[in-house]
Design a protein around this ligand. Structure first.
Ligand code: R5P
Length: 280
């Protein structure tokens, strides 16, 4: 059986199709004081709980789903975290900070036998789980919706995401890769330094793991526009699109964003299910 969190219903249904598993009935409720309660129907002896943890409510829901499934008699639980929230808080940056990724991983580990997660921001956060944890790479699927490209350049906004750009290039079947240099000044303020690679007249595919506030991508697009790139395609695994991110991207002239359904947004046109299914 597959048991879905409220924020991953589309991906859970696609995963059910891909794996031939049944979708368990689940209901989600929120009381007037803000507390949540899920209710799960009959589950099998091995259950897959699928829940992206975008909001704090998603984390509570996930812990409740795991507990409800165990309470219903399930013997083996696999928890799929298509988007693993708090992965960017992977260390104590300042005195007095928690290692939030570790705190969340420990909590999730108490209710599961194993974890599967998709392109976590830092692979090392998987070591915080107390149960076996596998990483799925869904980046290659982002090549699917791309049209035929001219003199293609697959570009990441910083060196940290160059492997994702290489993965999309390999899945597309050709083209160069390169990366810009990013300096982050605050949560929503970044500056982008271009690279030496010529972009004039070329089709450019920007690739990153997450679009959060949209600052990184809109600054990157501005640099490419200044340098007369031809068409620019913006892609990411996790289209978080927080606050006014979509507006920011539109104002920067971005026409199309391709994201996966690890986070369900209007741009989540690529399903991560084919990459996750073989691990279940
Ligand atoms: C950070 O290193 C990540 O890979 C993304 O580049 C970042 O999360 C994007 O954030 P934003 O959209 O807020 O610029």
């Amino acid at each position: 059986m597959i048991v879905s969190g409220s924020a991953t219903q589309t991906l859970a249904a696609t995963l059910a199709d891909e794996t031939g598993r049944e979708l368990a009935p689940v209901s989600y409720e929120q009381f007037p004081d803000g507390e949540r309660k899920v209710q799960v129907g009959a589950v099998g002896s091995h259950t897959v709980v699928v829940a992206s943890t975008v909001s704090d409510g998603d984390w509570i829901e996930l812990l409740q789903l795991q507990d409800a499934v165990r309470e219903a008699g399930c013997e083996e639980i696999t928890t799929v975290l298509p988007y693993l929230g708090y992965a960017r808080q992977d260390r104590a940056f300042e005195e007095g900070d928690p290692v939030s990724a570790r705190a969340m991983a420990r909590a999730v580990s108490t209710g599961t036998d194993r974890v599967v997660t998709v392109n976590p921001h830092e692979a090392a956060v998987c070591e915080f789980f107390d149960v076996p944890t596998e990483i799925v790479d869904a980046a290659g699927l982002l090549a699917e919706p791309l049209p035929e490209l001219t003199d293609a350049l697959f570009l990441s906004p910083d060196a940290g995401a160059i492997e994702l750009a290489e993965t999309v290039r390999d899945a597309y079947g050709g083209g160069e890769t390169d990366h810009f240099e990013k300096t982050r000044h605050s949560g929503s303020n970044v500056t982008i330094e271009p690279s030496e690679a010529p972009v004039d007249g070329r089709d450019v595919v920007l690739v990153d793991d997450i679009i959060a506030t949209g600052s990184t991508m809109s600054e990157s697009v501005a640099v490419l526009d200044d340098r007369d790139a031809s068409r620019v395609f913006v892609t990411c695994v996790h289209p978080l699109l927080a606050q006014n991110a979509f507006l920011k991207l539109s104002r920067a002239g971005v026409e199309t964003v391709y994201g996966t359904d690890t986070i369900e947004r209007p741009v989540s046109t690529v399903s991560a299910a084919p990459a996750i299914a073989p691990r279940l």
